[in-house]
Design a protein around this ligand. Structure first.
Ligand code: PMV
Length: 328
């Protein structure tokens, strides 16, 4: 149990969705309308320590050294409630979490956050969950977190209910030498987070069409990964990203996450691929662009990207593994 009883520390990576999750059929349980598929991002680490402590009168949450209150604390405390129920304990916990990547880069950290919290908290509470049980639990904190549990190239099976809605690894990180070049064009906090965004998805008339085509796109993406077919991957990843942003822009109220620099990056990535370079672009709920490249193209692509107007920073990540326990 990572040293002392009631305490454990876990490390998890965020992930980039190749086939997106946008919209729930059950908001409370975070059951998605469709399956989704992602790659875990190695080198971007969230480390979370959980200590259940009889001396505490409430849960505490410290993020990157800063004590959290309000909505951030409530979300963690609500998640810990699930763990207390599973373990049959009634102790409050201190949660200390840190990211090695700046939160200002707009990389969704909630996936890594709830994957790490799920493992550290259940271990600290004396539970031994299977990977699928852990993935289900992480899903309750943030949908995309269920994919950070197995890591690698992971598919979230939408399932028929809580029990079978979790992620599985379809290929390990070493299966394909891809690189995610995370192109930061805006460092500001987004106004509407994804939890609120999922609730708006059904207000778009395009969501039904997006959902109808999602299983086919997921199948295409999965096959492209398993056969290491970059051109096939590129086409379906870009198409799926466009579908999600089309839904966002046509919901009420509309969500418009892109900036002019987002467009500039995407435009160039498409032009470079037309010239024969193995690069494609996808965007999550924010303005920053994830440029997926074959490893041998990454250095060239990074140089090109850094020279584009509006690019503030480029981070690099290879495929990463799943959540794991680490020494305190
Ligand atoms: O897990 P959430 O609620 O933060 O939603 C993630 C939404 C996207 O990042 C836009 C897509 C995805 O599948 O990760």
């Amino acid at each position: 149990m990572n040293g002392s009883p009631f305490q454990a520390t876990a490390l998890a990576h965020p992930n980039i969705a190749f086939i997106k999750y946008w919209g729930n059929r059950d908001e409370q349980l975070r059951l998605p309308l469709t399956g989704s598929l992602s790659m875990a991002l190695n080198g971007l680490d969230t480390v979370t320590q959980v200590s259940f402590n009889p001396g505490l009168t409430a849960d505490r949450f410290i993020l990157n050294g800063v004590e959290q209150t309000g909505a951030a604390l409530e979300r963690v405390a609500h998640f810990l409630e699930h763990v207390r129920q599973l373990a049959g304990i009634n102790l409050f916990a201190q949660v200390e979490s840190g990211n090695n990547y700046p939160s200002s880069t707009g990389i969704a950290s909630s996936a890594a956050a709830f994957a790490a919290l799920a493992l550290a908290a259940t271990k600290a509470a004396g539970l031994e969950l299977s990977e699928s049980e852990l993935s289900r639990l992480a899903r309750l904190g943030s949908g995309s977190a269920c994919r950070s549990v197995p890591g690698g190239f992971a598919e979230w099976l939408p399932g028929s209910g809580d029990a079978d809605s979790y992620a599985i690894q379809i290929a390990p990180p070493e299966h394909w030498d891809l690189v995610d070049l995370i192109v930061v064009v805006d460092r500001s906090e987004k106004a509407i987070g994804s939890s609120a965004g999922h609730k708006l998805a059904s207000t778009s008339p395009l969501q039904t069409l997006r959902i109808a085509g999602a299983p086919e796109r997921l199948e295409q993406c999965s096959t492209a990964i398993l056969t290491r077919d970059f051109e096939r991957l590129a086409q379906v990843v870009e198409l799926d990203s466009e579908w999600m942003h089309a839904v966002m822009r046509t919901s009420s109220p509309p969500l418009y996450y892109w900036t002019p620099a987002t467009e500039v990056v995407i435009w160039h990535v498409r032009a470079w691929r037309a010239q024969g370079h193995a690069v494609c672009a996808t965007v999550d709920a924010g303005p920053n662009v994830h440029v997926i490249a074959l490893a041998e193209e990454a250095a060239w692509a990074e140089t090109q990207l850094r020279a584009l107007p509006g690019v503030l920073e480029v981070l690099k990540a290879k495929p990463g593994g799943g959540v794991k326990l680490i020494k305190d």
